[in-house]
Design a binder for this molecule. Structure first.
Ligand SMILES: C[S@@+](CC[C@H](N)C(=O)[O-])C[C@H]1O[C@@H](n2cnc3c(N)ncnc32)[C@H](O)[C@@H]1O
Length: 321
């Protein structure tokens, strides 16, 4: 929406040139050697980013939101940089931790979890209800495009899929986990969904054969640190192979830094499941994804209690679209 200068991003070379309904929903463009990125925004979403390229000083690249949905910025609508290979891609970083589309809070997710697992019993039920306090599902939900077909690897009791399904956000989903009890709980909870035939939970280990096909979204949420370092690259690359064209791999795990937070989390796993965990470097995750043709779309992190979470979205860009 046209309007007056809204505010400037503290980082150099990024200017917000038009008004926004709500300043808290600004995103920033992390420019890699570019100048004059203008962000046109309105009604709380960004609808165009224009970039005057600093390399050739000629081309104007425009990236458009495909729809009013706040999703990853679409492919450039205008000229492709004559010198660039794929470096026209900008990385979007959300500046705040509010959930945009659903504007969920942690408490909303806890409420959903209570409903989802109302018929479950035992410790696993309460683990799911408490999990949104320590895992940022309220943010991850909005990283998932609408109507997606999802594969959730190491889905536990299916909380993420079931929350998305309850919100009516996904077309279909498959979740699998090595923990049989967790899968039984997920299956029981899924039966209560109106379109339960579209949601499937399977008991299997990531080292075995994976569900067939490729998916709009493949999720790896807090699974990586359970694998030994020598198994991690393979897990990530197998997940990447299951990402469809223009699809994403959503990777979320516990951060390795600062040390005290990483140790607090390590202690959590030692005390709760008696397990020694292995942090993966986000840079390694990104480079394993690159080997399978995925590129970083965006990254983020958030602290919840004493835990630090980091995530990235790796995308398989389809050059034809
Ligand atoms: C911290 S839980 C996260 C569960 C779920 N992703 C969530 O965020 O609620 C980690 C899960 O990874 C699963 N897991 C660990 N190693 C696995 C493997 N090799 N294959 C399948 N699942 C695995 C565990 O059984 C556990 O349910």
């Amino acid at each position: 929406m046209p309007g007056k200068m809204a505010r400037s991003d503290p980082r150099p070379s990024v200017r917000v040139t038009r008004g926004v309904g709500s300043g808290q929903h600004l995103a920033s463009v992390l420019q890699e050697g570019r100048e004059n990125a203008n962000i046109d925004a309105g009604l709380g979403f960004i609808w165009r980013i224009s970039v005057h390229c600093s390399k050739c000083k000629v081309c104007l690249m425009e990236l458009w939101q495909a729809t009013l949905r706040r999703e990853t910025i679409a492919r450039p609508a205008a000229v492709k940089h004559p010198l660039a290979t794929d470096d026209w891609r900008l990385r979007m970083t959300v500046l705040d931790d509010t959930s945009f589309r659903n504007r969920l809070t942690v408490t909303d997710v806890v409420r959903l979890a209570r409903t989802i697992y109302s018929d479950a019993h035992g410790g696993i039920k309460y683990k799911q209800i408490l999990r949104p306090y320590v895992c940022p599902f309220h943010i991850l939900v909005d990283l998932i495009p609408l109507e997606a077909n999802i594969l959730d690897v190491g889905c536990g009791a299916g909380l993420f899929i079931l929350v998305l399904a309850r919100l009516g956000r996904i077309q279909s989903a498959v979740g699998f986990d090595a923990d049989q009890l967790a899968i039984q709980v997920a299956q029981g909870a899924a039966q209560k969904l109106p379109k339960s035939e579209r949601i499937r939970f399977e008991h299997r280990d990531a080292a075995e054969i994976w569900p067939a096909g490729r998916f709009d979204v493949v999720c790896l949420i807090d699974v990586m640190h359970h694998l030994r370092p020598e198994q991690q690259a393979e897990l990530l690359m197998t997940a990447a192979e299951h990402v469809a064209d223009n699809g994403i791999l959503l990777y979320k795990d516990m951060a390795r830094r600062p040390h005290w937070r990483a140790w607090a989390n390590r202690l959590h796993d030692l005390l709760s499941v008696g397990e020694w965990i292995y942090y993966a470097k986000l840079d390694d995750v990104i480079s394993w994804g690159r080997r399978k043709g995925l590129r970083v779309d965006r990254t983020g992190s958030i602290d919840m209690l004493w835990y630090r979470h980091e995530w990235c979205i790796l995308r398989r860009w389809n050059e034809k679209t």
